[in-house]
Every structure is written in structure tokens, then in C-alpha cells.
Design a protein around this ligand. Structure first.
Ligand SMILES: C[S@@+](CC[C@H](N)C(=O)[O-])C[C@H]1O[C@@H](n2cnc3c(N)ncnc32)[C@H](O)[C@@H]1O
Length: 273
């Protein structure tokens, strides 16, 4: 992002402030948002502890409303914008929130209480065709028909309300055992749907570009191909930006060893003309 001192930066996905702290370290002025109130609290504490006198402002908001949020911050243009998509390690590790098939929890998956519909609502409420489409489109799940079939038969007897129930059911429906857990794609699809992730991303990109000052950079880190495709096409086809990453930047082997979640991260950067 080539952070410059005393310039304004919007971190649209504060998380645990890892990136925000790096921007502050370089003298940048951080305006941060996150949809998750717990993430905001954590970020504020971390920033204040590391840099008690640093300039930073934060707001709980959905980045799909970026123009309005920037206006509330009093910003008309900024030197850089960061989107580090998906969930933080803290959210994934939180045993109450239902993101992980390794932790038994209510099937919730909402990144924020602002969202109304939980993963359990979708699993128990969508009809067979809708569930199948969800797993195919948002999970690219090859076994969606047999998984959907078993879900529909099971929920007739009793509702599916926990991550353990769903993960076991997918294991039963999918005979194939590969390196990754058979429920990975089903959980991904539900998470994307519950948090409206693809629509939020499509909504934020044009707002971000219009907020950048000439020469300002938009950096987007994504963790699955559905998101990466949206970013890649947007950067390629937008005449207001130069695409600085014809190929996405990925983590080095060393980084993957230190932080295994970086394995699937793809960073793309565009610069406003
Ligand atoms: C991968 S984490 C960010 C980690 C952060 N960059 C750090 O260094 O600690 C993604 C964050 O984005 C937030 N998030 C996801 N969707 C969002 C949305 N539509 N609007 C605002 N924040 C969102 C999540 O709550 C989560 O805290």
C-alpha cells in the first residue's frame, strides 16, 4: 500500500488490527471498520496498547456501505484502502459462533448480530432445490445432491442445529475422503450466504475506487476463488485504476509455515489513475 505518514487509510476489515497496526507504525492515519462489534473492541484495545497516542478512528459498519461510512468519518478521499476478506482467526476459533466443523456449536455463522438469518435457518428452511443450488454455487461442492438429500431426510425427524450434527451428516453423505474435511465446502457455502459475502464485495469495490485519491491504492486479500474472480475482473475492467497485480501475490512457503491460514490468501492491488 506504500503507506505515507499523515495520509488517511481506510481499513475496511479491522479484525484484530494486525494490518491497522502496521499502517499506524508507518505513520498513516487509520480509519477502521468491522461488522463484528467484538472485533472492534479487540482492535481498539490492541491499538491503544501498542500506540497510546496514535491517531485512529473506528466504527461498526458493513463495508458494503463504505461511501456513507467515509462520509461519517468526514473523509472525501483517502490514500489507501484495505479489504482483508473473510473471518479472523479469533472468529474462527470462537466456539460459540459456529464457523468451524471442528468445534461443536450452534449452527449460527453470523459475523455480526446485524445479520438476521443463521446457518441453521438456511439448513432447516430452504427447500431441496435451493439447498442444492447453495452448495453448488457458493461451495462448488460436487456431492451437493447426496448431501442435500440426507439433510432433507434428517431434518424431517429433527432439526439440524449444531455444527457437529451437520459435519457428521456430510461425512455420512460423502463417501470420498480426501485431504480436506468433507464438510469444508458446505460450511464455506453457508458462511458466504449467511454473511452475504459476495454481494458485499461487489458493492464495496466501486465505492472504494471512487474514494481513492489519484495514485491511491486499493489492496484486497481474498481466501476463495469466488471472491478472487470478482476482484480480478473488477480490476481488469475498471478504467479508473491500473491493475498492479496481473497475477495475485501469494504467501511464501516460510509465511505458510508460520501462519497456515495464509495458504489460501490471494492479494490483488489496484492504483487509482
Ligand atoms: C480476515 S479478518 C481481518 C483481519 C485483519 N486484517 C487483521 O490484521 O487482524 C476479516 C474481518 O472482516 C470482518 N468483516 C467481514 N465482512 C465484513 C463486512 N461486510 N463489513 C465489515 N467487516 C466485515 C470480519 O468481521 C473480520 O473481523
Amino acid at each position: 500500500m506504500q503507506v505515507k505518514p499523515q495520509q488517511a487509510y481506510l481499513d475496511c476489515t479491522l479484525g484484530s488490527a494486525g494490518h491497522a497496526l502496521e499502517i499506524i507504525k508507518r505513520g498513516g492515519l487509520v480509519y477502521g471498520l468491522d461488522i463484528d462489534p467484538q472485533a472492534l473492541k479487540r482492535s481498539k484495545e490492541r491499538i491503544l496498547k501498542a500506540y497510546p497516542n496514535a491517531f485512529f478512528k473506528v466504527k461498526q459498519a458493513n463495508f458494503s456501505q463504505l461511501s456513507a461510512v467515509a462520509q461519517e468519518f468526514g473523509l472525501t478521499t483517502v490514500a489507501g484502502i484495505l479489504l482483508d476478506l473473510g473471518l479472523s482467526s479469533e472468529q474462527l476459533a470462537d466456539s460459540d459462533r459456529g464457523f468451524s466443523f471442528n468445534l461443536n456449536a450452534p449452527l449460527d455463522m453470523r459475523a455480526s448480530p446485524d445479520y438476521q438469518v443463521t446457518a441453521a435457518d438456511l439448513i432447516n428452511g430452504l427447500n431441496k432445490g435451493e439447498l442444492n443450488e447453495l452448495f453448488q454455487k457458493l461451495g462448488e461442492e460436487q456431492h451437493s445432491l447426496s448431501i442435500t438429500d440426507l439433510i432433507v431426510r434428517t431434518r424431517l425427524i429433527k432439526p439440524i442445529t449444531t455444527t457437529k450434527q451437520l459435519a457428521e451428516l456430510v461425512m455420512k453423505a460423502v463417501k470420498f475422503r480426501g485431504k480436506t474435511h468433507p464438510a469444508t465446502k458446505v460450511f464455506q457455502a453457508l458462511r458466504i450466504a449467511v454473511n452475504d459475502e459476495l454481494n458485499n464485495l461487489k458493492a464495496v469495490l466501486p465505492q472504494a475506487v471512487s474514494l481513492l485519491k489519484p495514485g491511491g491504492r486499493l489492496a484486497v486479500i481474498s481466501f476463495h476463488s469466488l471472491e478472487d474472480r470478482i476482484i480480478k475482473l473488477y480490476f481488469k475492467n475498471n478504467v479508473q485504476v491500473i491493475n498492479l497485480t496481473k497475477k495475485p501475490i501469494i504467501a511464501s512457503e516460510e509465511e505458510i509455515k508460520a501462519n497456515p491460514r495464509s495458504r489460501s490468501a490471494k492479494l490483488r492491488v489496484a492504483q487509482k489513475i
